[in-house]
Design a protein around this ligand. Structure first.
Ligand SMILES: Cc1cc2nc3c(=O)[nH]c(=O)nc-3n(C[C@H](O)[C@H](O)[C@H](O)COP(=O)(O)OP(=O)(O)OC[C@H]3O[C@@H](n4cnc5c(N)ncnc54)[C@H](O)[C@@H]3O)c2cc1C
Length: 402
């Protein structure tokens, strides 16, 4: 039994930090290796679903997130004109969750909270500038090789968890397939301090448009009044420099919402977006979680939420195995359960969300929005809709898989 060696977690993104914290709290020695010299400032995720807030609450993370996060109870799927607006109320979930809203908080404001609590409440050994470069599995564990500030190092580990993001070296070295596809267009994300509420936007809206869909979010930034984040599609033929050019972004914003002055832009970045799931989340003593295991487009805000669900499901299972209370088959359960939920729920819903927004036929677009308005206005159908889109249905499904 290799239970006495530490668990190595590769990657101190939000998934790796959550994993290390959850394992550390179970009394397991953990070494968390992060390639970069410090936490990265990542503008990607920014919306947290009710069950994720529930799951992080026992660690004290959720309370800290509320100090700056913005609770968003109502969200819309709509067209640009405002003629078709389906507004959903997460308050319909008040009977099943203490957090009947989404919480908006930038990913790079979550990770310092996680690290702070990790350092306060556990003995996890956090090593920045430690890039995992390889591993060799043996019967009882795994020898992990690391580039530690430019010097090669080996660590004897009982288990290695790849939480090293979409380009995961751990997944690649495992040789696990990463089936799926890459969307032809890129996603342009821009942030502005101008108040989109003045244009009738709620704190969260998905805007369907046959020519150019958009997603709109109010984010906390440095504190009230916060900023507004928008995401648009960009043709893959357009170079990154061109898409991010000042005039091009200004044209984009004026095209979306014309205003007399120029749009002030605080951040802008561009992302390539994929729909991919690893063939398995476990081989031997190596496990995958978060973006290392799956990627999806951000419409619906499910990528990181799913990654956190992964490791919060994995940690008690691995703790039981590490302490010798259960056999290794427990970890196949993790792979089976989380992979099924990812494929059936997250992949399916995020692809459907994108197709709905980008519908090119105006008649079909109006028909879809009309249907959604009908759903939103019927409390029973609306509840079912928000139960699924808040990832509660996926977690219910996970329990059935066991
Ligand atoms: C535009 C956009 C918006 C999004 N919005 C949302 C949202 O609202 N809600 C949501 O749930 N999801 C959202 N996502 C998805 C979300 O950003 C990702 O799912 C999330 O960042 C995954 O976290 P992670 O910790 O698994 O990986 P990452 O955040 O990529 O972290 C991986 C970490 O591993 C480190 N690393 C890499 N290689 C190594 C190595 N060899 N050794 C050691 N360390 C290594 C990296 O430096 C990094 O710190 C969005 C994505 C995009 C593109």
């Amino acid at each position: 039994m290799s239970g006495r060696d530490p668990v190595v977690v590769a990657g101190a993104g939000p998934t790796g930090l959550m994993c290390a914290l959850a394992l550390g709290k179970q009394g397991i020695p953990v070494i968390l290796c992060e390639a970069e010299p410090a936490l990265t400032v990542d503008l990607r995720a920014g919306s947290f679903h009710p069950p994720t807030l529930e799951m992080m609450a026992p660690y004290g993370i959720t309370q800290r997130m509320h100090e700056t996060g913005i609770p968003v109870r109502h969200w819309q799927i709509r067209d640009r004109t405002g003629e078709f607006i389906a507004e959903f109320d997460l308050g319909l979930l008040a009977d099943v969750t203490a957090y009947p809203y989404r919480l908006h908080l930038e990913q790079h404001r979550l990770t310092p909270i996680q690290l702070d609590i990790l350092r306060r409440d556990t003995r996890v050994d956090v090593r920045f500038s430690h890039r995992v470069t390889g591993f060799a599995q043996h019967a009882d564990g795994v020898t992990v090789t690391v580039d530690a500030n430019g010097k090669p190092q080996t660590i004897a580990a009982s288990w290695l968890i790849g939480a090293d993001g979409g380009r995961s070296i751990v997944r690649k070295l495992l040789g696990v397939g990463f089936e799926g596809f890459t969307w032809p267009e890129n996603f342009l994300v821009v942030s502005t301090p101008h108040d989109l509420g003045e244009y009738g936007y709620p704190y969260m809206a998905y805007v369907s448009d046959p020519l150019e869909w958009a997603a709109v979010f109010r984010m906390p930034h440095d504190g009230p009044p916060g900023i507004w984040r928008l995401a648009f599609p960009v043709a893959e033929t357009m170079s990154e420099d061109e898409a991010l050019g000042e005039e091009s972004v200004e044209r984009r914003m004026q095209g979306f919402l014309p205003r007399p002055g120029r749009w002030q832009i605080i951040y802008k970045s561009i992302y390539r977006v994929h729909q991919r799931v690893a063939d398995t989340f476990r081989i031997g003593h190596v496990l995958l979680g978060g973006d290392a295991a799956h990627l999806n487009n951000p419409l619906g805000g499910m990528g990181l939420n799913g990654g956190l669900h992964d490791v919060l499901s994995l940690a008690p299972r691995l703790a039981a195995v590490w302490h010798g209370r259960k056999g290794e088959a427990e970890l196949d359960g993790y792979s089976r359960q989380r992979r099924a939920v990812t494929v059936e729920q997250v992949q399916e819903m995020s692809i459907r969300n994108k197709r709905t927004l980008e519908e090119a036929d105006p008649a079909v677009q109006r028909e879809r929005l009309t249907q959604l308005i009908h759903v939103a206005r019927n409390p029973e159908l609306a509840r079912r809709h928000v139960y699924a889109s808040s990832m509660l249905l996926g977690l219910e499904r996970a329990k059935q898989i066991g």
